[in-house]
Design a protein around this ligand. Structure first.
Ligand SMILES: Cc1cc2nc3c(=O)[nH]c(=O)nc-3n(C[C@H](O)[C@H](O)[C@H](O)COP(=O)(O)OP(=O)(O)OC[C@H]3O[C@@H](n4cnc5c(N)ncnc54)[C@H](O)[C@@H]3O)c2cc1C
Length: 575
């Protein structure tokens, strides 16, 4: 089961510089920085490499908060129940149990690291709010609706104090492996000046992918520009298995900025509904009532579908979120970030309902890992949104993702300390035979995916998306074969090539899953089919594939049950 690599790599110049560490962490969100801190505390020499600045990534944008059974009367068991319900029969129960039982202490350790959560002025206890799918108030928040910003601030400060080395503006390209197929470092491109400029290599004994999500696969998303699925694409090229890519969560309430708005869009957090704002159509009718016992606070997929259905019925492009009854003071105190984003776009939620529509928000699937963050490639770990630990199943429960990043980061650090790896020298790879897509392909991919694989999917729309993505790749491949030409290697073309690979696997998984479940909604297969589909779709690229993204050249299997199988067999371990 161990990865032996596929021979597929991004076109890039040969590394011109080299750096060494014990552990290289790719990405500087909650997952990456927590792994880095915990590994450094155990004495490892850690290098964090990150694509833009340290605080670029989804973490700083998280608004609502972090879920954990911290409140009186709440228990991990109740948190587990809510998570399993949201996951629509596809959660790995052991992974969820790990998340909810280790979660409260992981949050306490985050507080000890320096993060300040909102507390009651009278009792000093952490204030907890509710979000969709939670039957209790269990979401800790900071700065009102600026939880991610505070977590990011605290972790960056702690990383600085711990003297952890980081390389910013560094796009990681591919995994380096030794002759046995074990992870031995990464290649990367640094947009810097001086010693570390251009393509180089960081050699390390363990590689942790913490590259976040892939929201940029779609035109409208809450994710920042760096969320281009690079970690999933790298892992696939390295021979790792990915799972559940079809389960993209579309956040129901994203500020609607017009039908042609592209890229990152402002989110109107679920916590706004948690505090009592409600959804209405243009006539002021509360359409979520009667659709689910929790109405506006139903799990996200239900609310996103409710909004999309109403948009179709009324022939409109958005619905409204009405929080006028909060009054100016509550908006300013509790939701300052959202208030500012709305006002910056000409909408004052104190006096007007906010126009909202669903947009791509969270990747429930990713690089398949076990409970220690180990992927199917020895020495390669994945953590945070890039990983598929099995905790989210077919739909993530609100505010479980920051928690997942924390809990599994700590587990990865413990595993690395417990099983020190000693990979051999990296194998020098042959020049890549695979084309790069041109920089501008990103927008074409986004439009194809939004049309064919968005909130509403069908066999026909997915077939169309698959064919269009296939043509893009085939055109680039033909150019390379015929004229020996490929797009200029640069950040934009590497990202577009990664997006295309991830998009094609996502579409292929969504075509195969002939049912509606969680956040995967097939118009032509509206029922959930437990008999045939209470299982995961696992994909990897076979080694030596001639055309890495042709559906015929993918290795696709389904798991026998909803639990994810171990990433390695028997007693086989990483080293
Ligand atoms: C608007 C918004 C609101 C949210 N609200 C909540 C919430 O309230 N509660 C909750 O639990 N979750 C929330 N989420 C989800 C949550 O924020 C993310 O799932 C989580 O922060 C992911 O953390 P991460 O460390 O895995 O990745 P990120 O924080 O996205 O960090 C990824 C890092 O990887 C780097 N990177 C990417 N590609 C490369 C590459 N090729 N080379 C080098 N570096 C690379 C990026 O630059 C970045 O540093 C929200 C998400 C968004 C977008």
């Amino acid at each position: 089961m161990s990865g032996t690599g596929t021979g597929i790599r991004l076109h890039a110049p040969a590394p011109g510089w080299e750096h060494e560490a014990d552990v290289v962490v790719v990405g500087s969100g909650v997952a990456g920085l927590t792994v880095a801190l915990r590994c450094a505390a155990q004495g490892a020499k850690v290098t964090v490499v990150t694509k833009a600045r340290l605080d670029d990534g989804s973490t700083r944008w998280a608004q609502g908060g972090i879920a954990a059974a911290l409140g009186e009367g709440d228990t991990p068991e109740q948190h587990l129940d809510d998570t399993l319900v949201a996951g629509a029969g596809l959660c790995d129960e052991e992974a969820v149990r790990t998340l909810v039982t280790e979660g409260p202490d992981a949050v306490r350790r985050l507080i000890a690291t320096g993060a300040h959560f909102d507390t009651s002025e009278t009792t000093g206890e952490i204030l907890l709010t509710r979000e969709g799918g939670h039957h209790r108030r269990r979401i800790a928040h900071a700065g009102g609706d600026a939880t991610g910003l505070e977590i990011s601030r605290a972790l960056i400060e702690a990383v600085g104090e711990a003297g952890i080395e980081f390389i910013e503006n560094a796009l990681v390209l591919d995994l380096l492996t030794d002759a046995e197929g074990r992870a031995a470092g990464v290649t990367l491109h640094v947009m810097g000046e001086g010693q570390r400029d251009g393509v180089g290599a960081v050699r390390a004994r363990a590689v942790v992918l913490a590259t976040g999500g892939m929201g940029q696969v779609f035109s409208a998303t809450t994710n920042p520009a760096v969320s281009t699925g690079d970690g999933v694409a790298l892992a696939l090229r390295a021979g790792a298995e990915v799972s559940d890519l079809e389960f993209v969560q579309f956040h129901p309430t994203v500020l609607f900025l017009g039908p042609d708005a592209e890229g990152q869009q402002p989110l109107v957090s679920e916590a706004v509904r948690g505090e009592g704002a409600f959804l209405v159509d243009a006539d002021g009718v509360r359409f979520m009532q009667g659709q689910h016992e929790l109405a506006e606070l139903a799990p996200r997929d239900i609310v996103a579908k409710g909004i999309t259905r109403r948009m179709q019925e009324t022939g409109t492009e958005h619905m409204y979120l009405d929080g006028r009854h909060f009054g100016a003071r509550m908006w300013e105190r509790r939701f300052p970030t959202i208030l500012a984003a709305c006002r910056a776009n000409g909408i004052d939620p104190v006096t007007r309902p906010i126009p909202v529509a669903p947009a791509a928000h969270y990747a429930s699937g990713g690089v398949r890992t076990d409970l220690h963050g180990r992927t199917t490639v020895p020495g390669l770990y994945a953590c945070g949104e890039v990983a598929c630990t099995g905790v989210h199943g077919a739909n993530r429960l609100a505010s479980n993702s920051l928690l997942e990043g924390l809990v599994f980061a700590e587990r990865i650090a413990a595993d690395i300390a417990e099983h020190p790896a000693a990979p051999g020298a990296p194998v020098v790879p042959d020049p890549s035979r695979f084309p790069l897509l041109p920089a501008g392909a990103r927008f074409e991919i986004q439009r194809i995916m939004t049309r064919g694989a968005g909130v509403l999917r069908s066999e026909a729309s997915l077939d169309e998306a698959a064919a269009a993505l296939g043509r893009m790749y085939a055109d680039a491949a033909e150019l390379l074969e015929r004229d020996g030409k490929t797009a200029e290697p640069c950040v934009e073309s590497w990202e577009a090539t990664n997006l295309c690979l991830v998009a094609r696997i996502l579409v292929e998984a969504a075509r195969r899953r002939e049912e509606t479940r969680g956040c995967h909604w097939r118009e032509d297969r509206p029922e959930r089919d437990d008999e045939n589909w209470r299982r995961h779709i696992v994909v990897r690229l076979p080694s030596g594939a001639a055309a890495p993204v042709a559906p015929t050249s993918l290795t696709i299997r389904t798991t026998p049950t909803a639990d994810l199988p171990p990433t390695r067999s028997g007693t086989e371990h990483l080293r």
